[in-house]
Write a protein that binds this ligand. Sequence first.
Ligand SMILES: NC(=O)c1ccc[n+]([C@@H]2O[C@H](COP(=O)([O-])OP(=O)(O)OC[C@H]3O[C@@H](n4cnc5c(N)ncnc54)[C@H](O)[C@@H]3O)[C@@H](O)[C@H]2O)c1
Ligand SMILES: [Zn+2]
Ligand SMILES: [Zn+2]
Length: 400
Amino acid sequence: MRAVTWQGREQVSVETVPDPILDRPTDALIRVTSTAICGSDLHLYEVLGPFMTAGDIIGHEPMGIVEEVGSEVDHVRPGDRVVVPFTISCGSCAMCGQGLPSQCETTQVTEHGTGAALLGYSKLYGQVPGGQAEYLRVPHADYGLMKVGTELPDENYLFLSDILPTAWQAVHYAGVPGHRTLTVIGLGPVGQLCARIGRHLGARVFGIDPVPERRAMAERHGIEVLDLGEDGVGEIRERTQGRGPDAVIDAVGMEARGSVMAGVAQRIAGTLPDAVARPVMERAGVDRLAALHTAIDLVRRGGTVSLSGVYGGAASPMPLLRMFDKQLQLRMGQCNVRAWTDTLLPLVEDPEDPLGVADLVTHRLPLDEAAVGYDLFQRKHDGCVKVVLDPTAPSVPAMA
Ligand SMILES: NC(=O)c1ccc[n+]([C@@H]2O[C@H](COP(=O)([O-])OP(=O)(O)OC[C@H]3O[C@@H](n4cnc5c(N)ncnc54)[C@H](O)[C@@H]3O)[C@@H](O)[C@H]2O)c1
Ligand SMILES: [Zn+2]
Ligand SMILES: [Zn+2]
C-alpha cells in the first residue's frame, strides 16, 4: 500500500510499504477514505525528530471503511463506515473507566513514562503505524472505533478522530459555559473549533492569530478577532472591563511565534544526532512559550487557562509567581476522545452545522501529494487552514 512516511526534519514522502494485517483479536483493519494533517504532525515534522525513525508511517486523523475485524470486535462489521480516534485505549482499565482514555493503563508507553499510545506519533507514544495511508490496523478497535452514518460527506465526521473532541475538551476545561468570556490564542484548526464551540455554548469569544486568513475564517463564525501582540492583549482587556477574559485557551503549543531563544534551542536540538538529542530533550528541552505566557498574562485574576496546544519540554520555565499571585486554574492534556464523541455525533450530523465543521477544510489532496500538503499547512500558504489527504484519489501526474 501507499503511506506517508517521516523521513527527516521537514521531510515526508509517500512510499510503498507492506499492507497491515490483523495482529490481535481486538484489532480491525480499515480502508482509509480521508485522513487529515494535524498541527501535532507539524511538531513531528519540525521539532520532535529525535523521537522518530526514518520510514515511520505518520497520521492520526483517519476514517474509512472496515475491511476485517478480529474475533473480539463485535460492534462493527466489514463494510461499516468508521472514524478512528487518535488515542489508543482499552476502554476497561481504571483510567478509561474514569473518562480518561488518553491515560489508558493498558496502552501507556511505560518505557518513556507517557500516557496512552497514539496512532502515528513517535517512539514517545508507542511508534504505532499511523493513518495517513491506504490501509490501517486499528488496535483496540473493540473500544475505539466509532461507527457513523453513510449519508453525509467524510468532512462531517472526520474531525471526531481528534480536533473536534480536543476543542470540546479544551472549552470544557476552560470552564465554559460557566465562564462567560473566552479568549482563544491560535486560530489553527483546533483554535477555530474551540472558538466556535465557545460561541455555541454561549460565551463571548475573542480569537488571536497572526495569520489574516485564519482571523477572517474565525470572524465568519462570530468571533472577535485580533492580531498577535501587546495590542491584541490590551484591546481584549479593554473590552473586558480591564480585567481580562474569564478563561483563555492556548491552542498554539510548543512552536509559538515570538519565542526567540527557545526557537534557537529547538533548532540546535534538531541538528544533534538522535542519540544525543533525545536525552537532551527529555531532561532539558524547552518549549516556545510565547502563547502560554500571553494566556497567563491575559486571563483575569482567578480565571482559568486551558492548554490544548501540545508541550513537550521537560525544563520549560513557567512564571509561577504570576500564576500563584493571580490565583489561576490550569487544565491541560491529550484529548480523551471517546469521552466526548457521543455528545458530538449529533452536532456534526445537525443540518444547521452548529459547530461549523463544514467551514474548515481548505485543501483536499490525493495522498500522494502529502509533501505538498505538509508544506502548505506549515507555511500557511494559499489560505491553508486544514488539509485532508484522500488515499482513494488518483495522484496528479508530475508536471513535465
Ligand atoms: N491536546 C490534544 O489532544 C491535541 C490534539 C490536537 C492538536 N493539539 C495541539 O493543538 C495545537 C494547535 O493545533 P492546530 O492543528 O490548530 O495547529 P496550527 O499549527 O495550524 O495552529 C497554531 C496557530 O497558532 C498561531 N500562532 C503561532 N504563534 C502564536 C502566538 N504566539 N500567538 C497567537 N497565535 C499564534 C499560528 O499562526 C497558527 O494559526 C498544536 O500544538 C497541536 O499539537 C493538541
Ligand atoms: Zn491531531
Ligand atoms: Zn484503558
